[in-house]
Every structure is written in C-alpha cells, then in structure tokens.
Design a protein around this ligand. Structure first.
Ligand code: COA
Length: 330
C-alpha cells in the first residue's frame, strides 16, 4: 500500500490590508480591545478577486513546488464556507478550470468550516493510499468578507480572506502518519450562516431583513468548547501515536484567536518556537488558516523536508480534528 505524504504547500493572501484602525471607523471597537481579546492586528480583504481566484493562486504555487506537471493531478478537493456559488458549480471545478487541470478529473467541495483542511487531508490520504488517485490537490479557500456583517463588531474583527493548498501524493519517507476528524451537530446554532439555505431561503425577504445571510456566532460559548475540545483532541492523537510534545517540530493550530492558541499551547507544553502563529496578520481565514500557516513556516525556513508537524482545528458544526505528519516537500 503506498503511503501518502504532503509533497508541497502553497498560499495566497490578497494584498489589501484591513487594520484594526480601519475597523474603528466601521464599528464601535478599538485596536486595544481587538488585540487584547484576539491577538489580531490586521487581516486581508479580497477586493476584486473571488474565492476560486484566491484558491487558484495558492494551488499554482503548490503544484510548482511539488515538481509535478498539472496533467498528473487526478483529483482536486476544495474546502470553503464562502464558495464562488452557493450550490453549484463547485469552487473545486472553478479552480481546476482557472489553472488548467485536465478535463475529466474528480473535483468536488467539502463543508467542514474551519476544520476543512484537516478533513481534506484525511480524504486525500485515503484516496492516495487506496490507490484510487496518484496526486490529489487540496485547497482551503475563503473570501469570508463576502459573508461577514461589517456592522457586527462581535464578528467582523475576527475574519479575513486567503487561501492555502497542498499536493498529496505517495512518498514512503515522510508520510501523513495519522488524521483524526470529528463533529457534533448539537452545537450547530453557535456558529452559523443561517440564511439562503432551505431553512431561511433567499426567497424570504426576512432572510435579508434579519441579516441571516451573514455569519453569526456566540463567541463566548465557542471559545470555551474550542479550548476543551482542541486540548483533548491533540492529547488523544499524541497518545495514540506515542508522541510527546518535545518530539513535535511544529505545532500548527487553526488561527482563530491567540487566546485559544495560547490556552491549548500551555496545557500541552508547546514552546513558542514550536508554535506557528499568523493570526496577528491574517485573522481567522477558516479552511485556509492552517495551510497559510504551514506556508508561513515553509517560507521562513522553519518547515523542512521531514519536519514533524502537529495540526489541529475547530470550527462550525461543530467540527474538529488533528493531524500528525512529516512534511514530504523539498
Ligand atoms: N470591540 C469592542 N467590544 C466588543 C467587541 C469588539 N469588537 N465585540 C464584542 N464586544 C463587547 C461585547 O459587546 C461585550 O460587551 P458587554 O460586556 O457590554 O455586553 C464585551 O465586549 C464582552 O463580550 P464577550 O463576547 O464576552 O467577549 P469575549 O471575551 O468572549 O471575546 C471573542 C469575544 C469573539 C473575541 C471571543 O469570544 C472569541 O474569540 N471566541 C471564539 C471565536 C472563534 O474563534 N470562533 C471561530 C472558531 S473556529
């Protein structure tokens, strides 16, 4: 059975920066409040680009770095909560078309909110290790600014736009050791974009009057459950694989809030050198946050061929998950 590996990483952040000072002009907030409660200084906003364009740029970089030809990719899977279109066509097919992947390949989207990239890893690993596909391109792409209510100070300060991508293929030396994904639908209402589905259809004027087309969140409750769940999940994957925190080269958590990351980091004894942080400059980019952070580690030289990474994420649904892998890229 072939072993699956992350052969490359790529990312793209749109150039426009939205600072905390900019947000002070939109809602009743302050740089001090945002920084203290979240660790976020700025986030990126895609002004003239749609989700599939962000994803395409990250994907092009990942393919180039994998050293393979586009014709060799036989599946693309995209995770997004801010896709190009609500129902169809998928953002994966749009990205495939934009970057010129061959006609006939498998292409589909998944919805797992901020845990999207971990779900993508599990899917791609299964496809490669079953022998069904040789190279799978996975993309987390978000134009969250299209579903954020910039009159709601409790959410608009948190999120940003961006994309990250990776090529998954066979590599015996540096495998994806383990991936764990999970969910519990009873918490669905705590983090939700309620409108424009079958419950609050876009045909109902109340959907827009009540601003249900935007993301809504009970931040305080999400915070508490996120810290407990992430800590438990990371402990479980390390115990299952008999790995201690000192053996991990890079701990790359979902970049939602510095306080959540710090709480998990402290409970698990990770040092600041091990922990990759991008939340200060990108905010929460949902499914793109982990691959953007992996890319940051790669470009800064911290992530090398064979580095042992521990990823963890938590998001709407609720969904959560973790992954343990050795980077197989050059
Ligand atoms: N600026 C200023 N004040 C704000 C504010 C903002 N941007 N957003 C909320 N407040 C106010 C609230 O209205 C509240 O005021 P009140 O006490 O007068 O009612 C006060 O700050 C405290 O609100 P609360 O929601 O309890 O703050 P908090 O300490 O929980 O921080 C979050 C809010 C959103 C930063 C925090 O709950 C959080 O990060 N939650 C998790 C979010 C997350 O990561 N979600 C994604 C998971 S994938």
């Amino acid at each position: 059975m072939p072993k699956a590996s992350m052969l490359s990483i790529g990312a793209y952040a749109p150039p426009k920066i939205l600072t905390n000072a900019d947000l002070e002009k939109l809602v009743d907030t302050s740089d001090e409040w945002i920084l203290k409660r979240t660790g976020i200084k700025e986030r990126r906003i895609a002004e003239n680009e749609v989700t599939s364009e962000l994803g395409a740029k990250a994907a092009e970089q990942a393919i180039l770095r994998a050293g393979i030809q586009k014709e060799q990719i036989d599946a693309i899977i995209c995770a997004s909560i801010s896709p190009d279109f609500f129902c169809m066509p998928s953002t994966a097919t749009a990205i495939a078309h934009r970057i010129g992947l061959k006609s006939g390949i498998t292409a589909f989207d998944i919805s797992a909110a901020c845990t999207g990239f971990i779900y993508l890893l599990e899917l791609a690993k299964s496809l490669v290790e079953s022998g069904a596909k040789k190279y799978v391109l996975i993309v987390g792409a978000e134009k969250l600014s299209s579903i954020i209510d910039y009159t709601d100070r409790s959410t608009c300060v948190l999120f940003g736009d961006g994309a990250g991508a990776a090529v998954i293929g066979a590599n015996e030396e540096n495998e994806i050791i383990d991936v764990h994904t999970a969910s519990d639908g009873k918490y669905g209402d705590l983090l939700i974009t309620p409108g424009c589905g079958s419950v609050y259809p876009s045909s109902d004027p109340l959907t827009f009057e009540k601003r249900l087309n935007y993301l809504h969140m009970s931040g305080n409750e999400v915070f508490k459950i996120a810290v407990q769940t992430l800590t438990r999940d990371v402990v479980e994957i390390m115990q299952k694989n008999k790995i201690s925190s000192e053996q991990i080269d890079l701990f790359i958590p979902h970049q939602a809030n510095l306080r959540i990351i710090d709480a998990v980091k402290q409970r698990l004894n990770f040092t600041s050198e091990q922990c990759v942080l991008t939340v200060d400059k990108y905010g929460n980019t949902s499914s793109a946050s982990i691959p953007m952070a992996i890319n940051e580690a790669y470009e800064s030289g911290k992530l090398k061929n064979g580095s042992l990474m521990l990823l963890d994420a938590f998001g709407g649904g609720f969904t959560w998950g973790s992954a343990l892998l050795k980077f197989g890229g050059k």
